[in-house]
Write a protein that binds this ligand. Structure first.
Ligand code: NAG
Ligand code: NAG
Ligand code: NAG
Ligand code: NAG
Ligand code: NAG
Ligand code: NAG
Ligand code: NAG
Ligand code: NAG
Length: 810
């Protein structure tokens, strides 16, 4: 999660903002028609409001395919950092429709597209005047379709909306309206997040627009243009900031009809004008109103980060002439069926089932593709890191401090066709900007701490994706992660790297200078922000890189360092440094000054958390480290008491990511105490998730919160994701049948006879009779082998399907 806290910072008066918070391989994307979309159990309104942004899912009811480039949303508010385009209330008005690229509530918008229907002589370009009431009961929300009827002064407008990855597709039906029109906003007044002023409202992105009459039945007219809005631009690292200033989004909107048109600028309307440029820019198209009949207009809006020509090409490629909205809907829903339809759930807990299936739709949206296909078959993308167009795949919206925990584990299992592209995209960022992504929103934003790309890459290789990459790519991969582990950011000893600090370069592992120093080993609280969290997270990342180094061929790792055994070096550093911030007399982690003394302020040095949760950090509990933690807390009973104290205490906050793995620590430390994990997981699921617009207690964070629910409901969770191990919990439903996609990395093995050729998947049966009411696990068998004594399973226990049987008891 990301929270903007207005508390003064230790180092400066700057705002301290913290973030809470087929195979593959190139080729066409195959949709398995065998899956059906359980539409009645998908509720796109879950998590779309809350009392304040930190206590909301931060979700919008968007329409796009999985990992789609532009997500189309009914808009009831303007969006900026801390506000999404839609916030559910009972009586909202509709102000138009936005093709949004805002990846999370605490991140900025960029390269959006928009469309607003209306009626009357005046084109309503002002925000307030655009608001339209919905006809009661007319709204339909889906992942591939949204529909509504909008009241006008006279008559009404029916809106039917669907979308492919790069094209929004609308049908507007004007009934009994006078002077129907469609307004296409191109640039708007926007809001920058700016640390000294918090919000600087006087930001006016600029753009261009051009109208061309194309002729022909379905391509009566086109409005094409560009917009340079990039709300997070002030966060661009200094070495690429100039390049990023050239970033633009391109649109091309194709209309099936028109009678006249014009350009708008602010509140000024110029009928019959064909081009314009500047701020608060727009274009409009008018239609003939037929008395006592409806006027139907089909609009397709292509988008691209490359050019208007490419946006136009994307229309023809994704929504060809003659395709109706229904056809687009069917195509997009089939793609969702391939994701959500993989989970068949037998339960009487209909609410839990809806939360689960909706969560799957959230865990398969980010990162989203920004490359465009071309007629030659090779995709291209625009990189704002170097302001150039390159060949290959590119993705955006990497909320890695959040998603390394479980969202990536989910995608490795259920979206394997995307993994090579997402990994290559990270390698492209490294080549073009010098570093792997931390929080990439068009370019790096330096939001949140540590280089958890290391974890994503290590986990992908651990889970079999080695063969997806060439030697050259693996060499780049190792070069990039070794840079994370060995090269401090420029000016490291003089830069605080407070959250959202402007005018700094890539943050990477800020404080690595002292973390690497053999006579130190910690990030110093009087030099850097969030120093304890950094130290622990760098240790965790050292651990995952130790794993990665052991899996990559020697000739790859030898390219960076031939003198030391890297696996051993990183493992040793991870084990040593995490404990350097542990204070034996308090039994908690604590910040240290550069001179080595502990900071008496025990609240100092944490990233969206406190010493309670960070003393259970993943940097301290991976592998057998958990036993060291147990020892330092006085053995199993002392450790269990300390966990009880934490969960019953005032500090516990499950809404934020650092807590996500903590309920699993009882079972991890001692299978004899797994019952506490089981009841906690179930209580937390009930308390923090439900099937309403308030149904997420904290930000979804690009699928991480949803992935916690999905794994927990299946009965296991990735506490140490790159190790390939999952800790067993308490499954939520009596029976689940899960179709795990077969991918090249899984090989051709079928050890459990669980391969289903119809769905080209290995079928995993998870049975837990009575789990809805019975929360405790008496015994659990994986393909007949009891796991009661370890309460752990390995990735290989599930990827070929088979049976997990939980014996539930109350
Ligand atoms: C949504 O709107 C309600 C009502 O105006 C407001 O109280 C709430 O803070 C908003 N929530 C978010 C997450 O913006
Ligand atoms: C346009 O008109 C609206 C309402 O009439 C007003 O609030 C807004 O400031 C005007 N915008 C400009 C750019 O003049
Ligand atoms: C125009 O679109 C309609 C449906 O909207 C379709 O039936 C027709 O074939 C299209 N015409 C052309 C020339 O593509
Ligand atoms: C390591 O830290 C010690 C203690 O602060 C300091 O004296 C020494 O100069 C540091 N070494 C390097 C290489 O920075
Ligand atoms: C490096 O260290 C690891 C862990 O101690 C060990 O398993 C491995 O064999 C070592 N590699 C070499 C080349 O010695
Ligand atoms: C803290 O305790 C651990 C384990 O009990 C011990 O190994 C370590 O030396 C102690 N550290 C200090 C600074 O006393
Ligand atoms: C270490 O540095 C801190 C912060 O500057 C200071 O308060 C403390 O007195 C120093 N401790 C020693 C032993 O010098
Ligand atoms: C723990 O921290 C306190 C200051 O908060 C310090 O006085 C004490 O020496 C530390 N304990 C150890 C074992 O380092």
């Amino acid at each position: 999660m990301i929270i903007l806290q207005c508390t003064p910072h230790r180092f400066s008066a700057l705002l301290a903002a913290t973030v809470l918070s087929t195979l593959f391989f190139p080729g066409p994307y195959h949709v398995h028609a065998q899956f059906t979309l359980p539409s009645s159990f998908i509720n796109p309104l879950i998590g779309t409001t809350g009392p304040e942004p930190g206590q909301s899912g931060g979700m919008v009811p968007s329409v796009a395919p999985p990992f789609g480039s532009c997500k189309w949303v009914v808009q009831n508010q303007q969006n900026w950092v801390s506000r999404t385009s839609f916030n559910f209330t009972d009586d909202y008005k509709v102000y138009g429709f936005i093709g949004s690229r805002q990846p999370a509530i605490w991140m900025g918008e960029s390269a959006w597209a928009g469309v607003v229907p209306g009626s009357g002589d005046k084109i309503k370009t002002g925000w307030d005047e655009r608001g339209m009431n919905r006809v009661k009961g007319s709204e339909e929300f889906g992942v591939g379709f949204y529909g509504v009827e909008l009241e006008q002064e006279k008559g009404k407008i029916k809106v039917e909306m669907s979308a492919t990855s790069r094209v929004g597709h609308f049908r507007f039906t004007f009934t009994d309206t006078e002077q129907p029109y469609i307004f296409v906003p191109v640039t708007r007044q926007s809001t920058l997040f700016h640390t000294p002023n918090i919000f600087n409202h006087s930001y006016f992105p600029t753009g261009t627009v051009e109208i061309t009459e194309s002729g022909g039945q379905n391509r009566s007219l086109e409005i094409c243009g560009s917009n340079d809005e990039l709300q997070d631009q002030l966060l661009a690292p200094t070495s690429i900031a100039e390049n990023a200033k050239n970033f633009k989004g391109f649109i091309c909107a194709r209309f099936s009809a028109h009678s006249s048109y014009g350009i708008t600028s602010g509140n000024t309307t110029e009928e019959n004008a064909v081009s314009g440029s500047g701020r608060e820019l727009g274009a409009f198209v008018r239609f003939k109103a037929t008395p006592h009949a409806s006027t139907v207009v089909d609009v397709r809006i292509g988008t691209s980060l490359i050019s208007t020509d490419q946006a136009r090409w994307n229309i023809d490629n994704e929504v060809p002439e003659g395709d109706e909205v229904e056809a687009t809907r069917k195509k997009t829903e089939a793609k969702w069926a391939e994701k959500i339809g993989r989970f068949e759930i037998d339960t009487d807990d209909e609410e839990g089932k809806a939360v689960f299936l909706t969560a799957v739709s959230r865990a398969t949206q980010f990162p989203y593709e920004v490359h465009d296909p071309t007629s030659g078959g090779v995709s291209r993308y625009y990189s704002a890191y170097d302001n150039a167009i390159h060949e290959g795949d590119s993705y955006n919206g990497y909320s890695i401090w959040d998603t390394y925990r479980a969202a990536w584990s989910f995608q490795l299992l259920f979206a394997p066709e995307r993994i090579p592209g997402m990994v290559r995209s990270m390698l492209h960022d490294f080549k073009e900007g010098g570093w792997l992504p931390m929080w990439k929103n068009i370019v790096e934003t330096n939001i949140m701490v540590s280089t958890h790309s290391d974890s994503l890459l290590a986990e992908a290789i651990r889970k079999g994706f080695l063969s997806a990459f060439t030697d050259g790519e693996l060499t780049t991969m190792w070069e990039a992660v070794w840079k994370d582990a060995s090269i401090p950011p420029v000016n490291d000893e003089n830069t605080v790297y407070s959250d959202r600090q402007e005018g700094v370069d890539f943050e990477a592992r800020a404080g690595l200078t002292t973390y690497m120093n053999k006579s130190m080993g910690w990030v110093a609280v009087d030099v850097h922000s969030e120093s304890v969290s950094r130290t622990l997270d760098y240790a965790y990342d050292d651990h995952v890189l130790s794993i990665l180094s052991s899996l990559l061929p020697n000739h790859i790792t030898a390219t960076t360092n031939t003198n030391v055994n890297l696996t051993q070096f990183l493992d040793t550093r991870a084990r040593r440094n995490a404990w350097i911030v542990w204070n034996n007399s308090t039994g908690f982690v604590q910040a240290r000054f550069r001179n080595g003394s502990f900071d008496p302020d025990t609240a100092a040095g944490f990233t969206e958390g406190s010493r309670g949760v960070y003393s259970l950090s993943q940097g301290l509990v991976w592998g057998d480290s958990i036993h060291d933690l147990v020892e330092r807390r006085g053995g199993i009973s002392g450790f269990v008491d300390s966990l009880d104290d934490y969960f019953n205490g005032p500090e516990v906050d499950f809404r934020n990511e650092p807590a996500h793995h903590t309920p699993y620590l009882y079972a991890l430390a001692s299978p004899a105490h797994a019952r506490s994990t089981q009841s906690l997981v179930r209580e937390l699921a009930k308390a923090n998730f439900n099937n309403t617009p308030q149904g997420l207690s904290g930000n979804d964070d690009c699928g991480q919160t949803s992935s916690w629910y999905i794994f927990s409901a299946m009965g296991f969770y990735s506490v140490d994701p790159a190790s390939g191990e999952y800790v067993l919990g308490s499954p939520f439903f009596s029976k689940m049948t899960v179709h795990i996609p077969k991918s090249l990395v899984h090989g051709n093995e079928d050890p459990h006879g669980a391969y289903n050729s119809k769905t080209d998947s290995y079928v995993l049966q998870i049975s837990a009779k009575g789990a809805e009411k019975k929360w405790h696990v008496e015994d659990v068998r994986v393909n007949g082998v009891s796991k009661k004594d370890t309460m752990r399973i390995q990735h290989e226990d599930i990827i070929w399907g088979g049976v997990i049987e939980f014996d539930m008891t109350d």
